[in-house]
Design a protein around this ligand. Structure first.
Ligand code: HEC
Ligand code: HEC
Length: 344
C-alpha cells in the first residue's frame, strides 16, 4: 500500500535534484525569456524629476492658465482654494502648524521641493485618471498650486528652467540626519510579546492617530490589534449607515438592467464611483432614489449631456466625464444608464 507514494516521492526528489544540478550547470547562460527594454520603453517609466530639475520635460505654464485647468479637473476634490472638499486632501495653507498636535501638512507648509509637486501631479492626478495630463497642463497646475500657497504671484510663468530655483517654505525642515543609528542588539529569543507592549511616547504628526483606541488609554501596539480595531470600526460604520449595504445590494441584485446599463457598469466602477458611491462633493449617491428622482425628471438627454460636458449645479461640480476625458461619449452614456436604472 505504501509502495506507490514512496516511489513517487523518490522520483520527484530525484527530479528536483536533477533540476537544480541542471540549473547550476547553466549558470550565466541566457534562457531566451523576455526581451531587452528599448530606450522608448525605459523612457516611459523613467519619469522622475529631481529637485535640481533634472528630468523635467521642456515646457512652461502660467498661473493664469492653471486656474482654469485646476477648476475643471481638481477643484471638486481639492476645493477652489486648495482647502479640500470633505475629506479630500488639503493642498494649501497650514503654515506654522508643523509643531502643532495635528499639523496641517500641505504643499506649502510641508513639501521641501517644487519638483515633487510637478512629479506628483504628472504621475498621480487627477485621482481618477492618473497620467492623463499633458506636460503643459502639468506646468500650469504646478504653477497654480504654488500660487494657491502664495509661493509665486499671479503673473508667474513656470518653466523647466526656473522650477528648480523655487524655494519652498519648509525646505530647511528637511536635512540629513547624521546621528548614529540605534545600537540596541536585536532580540532573537524570549523577546517581549508585542501585543503587551505599551507605547509611552509618540511623534507629533507621525504616529497615526488610528493606533489609539477611542475610550481606552492604551494604544493598539501590534498590527493584529490595529487590524482588529479597524474591523471593529468598519463594522460600526456599516451598522450606523444601513445605506452602504443597500447600495452594495443594488450593485449585486440581479435587477433587469438594459444592455446599455450592463455595458456601463464597469465604466461606472472605474470612473464614477469614486464620487457617486458615497455621494462625495455633493454628487447624487448611487442607488439613492430620492437623490436621483428630480434629476431623472430632466430626461436622459440632459443627464447624459451633463455627464459628458460637465455640469455645475446647486450641490457641486460634476467634472466633464467625471475627469476621465479618455472615455468615449458612448461609455459615459452607458454609465449614466447604469446609474439611473440602479437608482430608481
Ligand atoms: C477624485 C478626487 C481628486 C481629484 C479630482 C484630484 N485629486 Fe489630487 N488627490 C486626491 C487624493 C485622494 C489624494 C491623496 C492620494 C494619496 O495620498 O495616495 C490627492 C493628492 C494630491 C496631491 C498631494 C497632496 C499631499 O499633500 O500629499 C496633490 C498635489 C494633488 N492631489 C493635486 C491634484 C491636482 C493638480 C488635480 C487636478 C489635475 C487633482 N489633484 C485632482 C484626490 C483627487
Ligand atoms: C469628482 C467627483 C465626480 C466624479 C468622478 C463623477 N461625478 Fe457625476 N456628479 C458629481 C457631482 C458633484 C454632481 C452633482 C452636481 C450638481 O448637481 O450640483 C454629479 C452629477 C452627476 C449627474 C447628474 C447630472 C444632473 O443633471 O443632475 C450624472 C448623470 C453624473 N454625475 C454622471 C457621472 C458619470 C457617468 C460619471 C463617471 C463617468 C461621474 N458622474 C463621475 C461628481 C462626480
Amino acid at each position: 500500500m505504501f509502495k506507490l507514494p514512496k516511489a513517487v516521492c523518490v522520483a520527484s526528489l530525484v527530479g528536483a535534484l536533477a533540476f537544480s544540478v541542471g540549473q547550476s550547470a547553466h549558470a550565466g547562460e541566457k534562457f531566451g525569456f523576455g526581451e531587452t527594454a528599448t530606450p522608448e520603453q525605459i523612457a516611459g517609466w523613467d519619469i522622475d524629476i529631481r529637485p535640481d530639475g533634472k528630468g523635467l520635460p521642456k515646457g512652461q505654464g502660467s498661473v493664469a492658465d492653471g486656474e482654469a485647468v485646476y477648476e475643471q479637473l481638481c477643484a471638486t476634490c481639492h476645493g477652489l482654494f486648495g482647502e479640500g472638499e470633505g475629506r479630500w486632501p488639503v493642498l494649501a495653507g497650514g503654515q506654522d502648524t508643523l509643531t502643532d498636535d495635528r499639523p496641517v501638512k500641505t504643499v506649502g507648509s510641508y513639501w521641501p521641493y517644487a519638483s515633487t509637486l510637478f512629479d506628483y501631479i504628472r504621475r498621480a492626478m487627477p485621482f481618477t485618471a492618473p497620467r492623463s495630463l499633458t506636460d503643459e497642463q502639468t506646468y500650469q497646475l504646478t504653477a497654480y498650486v504654488l500660487y494657491l500657497n502664495e509661493i509665486v504671484d499671479e503673473e508667474f510663468v513656470l518653466t523647466d528652467e526656473n522650477l528648480a530655483a523655487i524655494e519652498m517654505p519648509n525646505q530647511e525642515g528637511f536635512f540629513v540626519d547624521t546621528r548614529p543609528d540605534v545600537k540596541n542588539a536585536r532580540c532573537m529569543k524570549d523577546c517581549a510579546d508585542p501585543a503587551k507592549l505599551v507605547v509611552t511616547g509618540t511623534l507629533q504628526g507621525i504616529t497615526p492617530v488610528g493606533h489609539f483606541i477611542e475610550g481606552a488609554d492604551a494604544p493598539a501596539a501590534s498590527h493584529e490589534a490595529q487590524e482588529e480595531l479597524e474591523r471593529e470600526k468598519e463594522h460600526q460604520r456599516k451598522a450606523a449607515s444601513g445605506h452602504e449595504g443597500a447600495a452594495q445590494a443594488a450593485t449585486e441584485a440581479p435587477a433587469p438592467l438594459s444592455d446599455a446599463a450592463l455595458a456601463g457598469q464597469s465604466v461606472y466602477n472605474n470612473a464614477c464611483q469614486a464620487c457617486h458611491n458615497s455621494g462625495i462633493a455633493g454628487s447624487p449617491k448611487f442607488g439613492d432614489a430620492s437623490a436621483w428622482a428630480p434629476r431623472i425628471k430632466q430626461g436622459m438627454d440632459v443627464l447624459m449631456g451633463h455627464a459628458i460636458n460637465g455640469f455645475s449645479g446647486e450641490s457641486g461640480i460634476m467634472p466633464p466625464k467625471g475627469g476621465r476625458v479618455d472615455l468615449s461619449d458612448q461609455q459615459v452614456k452607458d454609465a449614466v444608464a447604469y446609474m439611473v436604472e440602479s437608482s430608481k
